[in-house]
Design a protein around this ligand. Sequence first.
Ligand code: MG
Length: 369
Amino acid sequence: MRCQLIRLHWIRISLHEPFRISNGEVSERDAILVEIEANGATGWGEAAPMPGSFYSDDTPESTWEFLRQRLVPSFLENPSFDTKRLSDWLQGFNGEPFAKAGLEGAVWDLAANVEAKPLWQMLGGSNRPIESGAAIGLMRTTQELLERVEKFLGEGYRRIKIKIEPGRDVELVRAIRERFGDIPLMVDANASYTLEHKRIFGELDHFGLMMIEQPLAREAIAEHAELQRRLRTPICLDESAESIPAIEEIIRAGSGRILNIKVQRMGGLWQARRAHDLAQKAGIPCWVGTMPELGVASAQGLHLATLPNFTLPSDIEASARWYADDIISPRIEISGQGFIELPGGAGMGYAVDRRKIEQYRLRLEEFRA
Ligand code: MG
C-alpha cells in the first residue's frame, strides 16, 4: 500500500458539564484526529489526552508535538500497514500512548476500509451490541448526585459508576442504595486512598458493589493485593493497568479481580487486545474504559469491546452524554435497554463529519508522502 498523506487536526469541543474526578476537572474536550490516506482509501484515528496534566502525563500540546515532530515523519519514512507490526514499531518509542493510539487507530480504520471489513472483525471480535454504563463525576451535593443517577437509569444505562474521594464515599453509596435499591453500582476512587483507609473499604464492602475501581496509587500493586484479600467486592485496576508488563505484574500479585482496559493508555488497539487476551487467560474479566473520548476513539472502543472477555458494561456512553456536539455521523446512541449497537459497514461504521472538524479545529498540519 502507498501512503499519500497524513493530516493532523487538533479540535476542541465543549462539555455539557465539567468532568470532575478526585484530582482535577476539565470543561472542554481536546482531541487530535489523525487522518491517513493510502490507495484512495481513508482512515481516522483519535488521540485524546486531557488538557492540564491531572489525568495523565500526556497533554494535547505534548501529544501534538510528538505526533508532528517525531511519530508521523518517522512513520512516513517507512510506513507499515500491518497493524501488528505497526504496534511493535510504536512500542519502540518511549511513552506517548495517546499519540500512538491516534496513529494506530487511523491505520486500523484504513486497513478495515481497504479490506471492506468491519473493524470488530479485523480485531477478532463479534457482531454484538455493547452494554453501556454511565459514569458520574464528583457532584457538589448528594442531591445533585441522586438526580444524575435517576436521569441515567431512566435513559437505560446498564450500571452506574460514581467517583469517590476520601470524605465523600460511604455516604454517597448509602444514599444511592437507600433511594434506588439494588441497582448495578460501582465506585471509582482514581487512586485517592491508601491502606490507612482500610476501614472505609470495609464499610463499602457491605453494599454489594460490582467493583471498587482503583482504590490505591498506580504503583501500589502489593497493597492492592493485600486489600483485595480482605474484601469480597472485586477490586478493578484502571490506572495501574497501564501496560502489558504492568498487567502481568497485577495478575501475578493478585491485585484485583477485574481490569479496565483503555485504548488510549495502552497505546493502541493491538496492545489493548493483548491486554484482553492476557486477562482472559488468567480468568480476569475486563471492560473497555474511556478517557472519555470523542466519536472516533469511542467508536473504535466499541469494536474492541466485542472481544469475548469484555464481559462487563463499558464506560462508552452516548455522544450526547458529555459533548455539546460530536464529529461522527450517526452519533453514538444507546437503546432504552442500555446497549449500543454497532452501525455495520466497513471500518468503524461511523462517518467522520468534515464540516464539524473544520468548525471545531484549532490547528491543522498536513504531511505528504
Ligand atoms: Mg477509572
